[in-house]
Unconditional design. Structure first.
Length: 359
């Protein structure tokens, strides 16, 4: 599920591309979130904060930020990692729900270095969400990057954050864990090894292809050239529509793609299910504290003919207080169910035992 690629020296710009691969439509819209929003950790309320930076985020079901960039050119991308193990956090641990994991970083950090320092200092723990699609409990890792070209990948495989921090870490996909991906890619011709460049949709093959092509880009003449080149790289790493493989959300079709210019703060979104492309120039959007939370309705307005297209920086609309309240209640419900997962499991097992005993 997904590929993220960074090109740190593209005509003076840092360009990032990302595919969202999933087994169903996530009903993704873009949201403008201003400075000054007050949030909580979504776990026990011990960690609270007020957003220092405004951001543009791409959501799943209008509930969870899965991708986004803030006004400083710091961006983050949530991808699937089946090996994730968040452990059982201690009561006094700093915690974040998966539902606000990315948003915390966008709200509070201008650089990767700041985010890495906080992650290492706090050893922040991640609390899993209930899956609203009714399929799998999300197992995720996080890529972050900034306008200086810095990069980091944050994974949890033993309950603690493992941070891979280097400007050389340009690509992230899914399984296996990042340390193993770095070793696998060395076996490919042109990347240190002798094996042919692989062509399947396996995460390790996508990692290799993205690494190969981003390392072989010619110097672009314009920002448009740079963004077009990045779209070509992530399209090569995209996954075609096909019958979903049960239990493998990382082996799913690409439903949308984004390309970000972290230097000039442009966020471009292309849907594969509602074919069209829009972009937002963050410098054209007001993130002033006290301004409204606004929504760019991609689900309702993207279409191949006659739909939303092009520069959409001024096409966000007010979703209304009722919609915001409903969405906030939805996130709270997912977090509450996640905290009660042991109780729900006990009930499920008790019911299954009684059903079995009555047969």
């Amino acid at each position: 599920m997904c590929t993220r690629v960074m090109w740190p020296d593209a005509h003076g710009s840092v360009i990032v591309g990302r595919n969202m691969d999933f087994h169903m439509d996530l009903l993704t819209n873009l949201w403008k979130l201003p400075r000054g929003i007050e949030r909580t950790d979504g776990v026990n309320g011990a960690l609270t904060w007020t957003a220092t930076y405004g951001s543009i985020v791409a959501t799943a079901f209008d509930l969870i930020a899965t991708d986004g960039m803030n006004e400083k050119g710091f961006a983050g991308h949530i991808l699937w990692l089946a090996e994730s193990d968040y452990g059982t956090p201690e009561e006094d641990a700093v915690q974040l729900s998966q539902g606000v994991w990315l948003q915390y970083y966008l709200d509070n950090f201008a650089t990767v270095a700041e985010a890495v320092a906080w992650t290492n200092d706090t050893q922040v723990q991640i609390a899993q969400l209930f899956d609203p699609t009714g399929h799998l409990v999300p197992t995720l890792h996080l890529a972050i990057n900034d306008a200086s070209g810095d990069s980091a990948i944050i994974e949890y495989t033993d309950g603690k954050p493992k941070v891979y921090h280097s400007r050389d870490y340009l690509v992230m996909t899914n399984s296996p864990t990042y340390d193993k991906q770095l070793e696998l890619v060395k076996t490919v011709e042109g990347l240190g090894g002798t094996e042919h460049l692989p062509g399947s949709t396996l995460a390790s093959d996508r990692f290799a292809r993205a690494s190969y092509y981003v390392a072989r880009q010619v110097e672009p003449k314009t920002q448009i050239d740079a963004m077009a080149a990045m779209f070509s790289i992530i399209r090569n790493a995209a996954q075609p529509f096909r019958t979903p493989e049960p239990g493998k959300p990382d082996a799913s079709q690409t439903i949308w793609q984004v390309v970000l210019d972290l230097t000039n703060k442009r966020y471009a979104f292309e849907s594969t299910t509602r074919p069209n492309m829009v972009w937002v120039d963050l410098d054209e959007v007001s993130f002033t504290e006290g301004t409204k939370v606004l929504k760019l309705d991609l689900v309702g307005r993207l279409a191949l003919e006659g739909g939303l297209t092009g520069d959409s920086s001024h096409k966000f609309t007010d979703p209304g207080e009722l919609a915001e309240d409903v969405l906030a209640a939805g996130v709270t419900a997912l977090e509450w169910v996640a905290r009660k997962k042991d109780a729900f499991l006990a009930v499920k097992e008790a019911v299954q035992q009684r059903v079995g005993a009555s047969r």
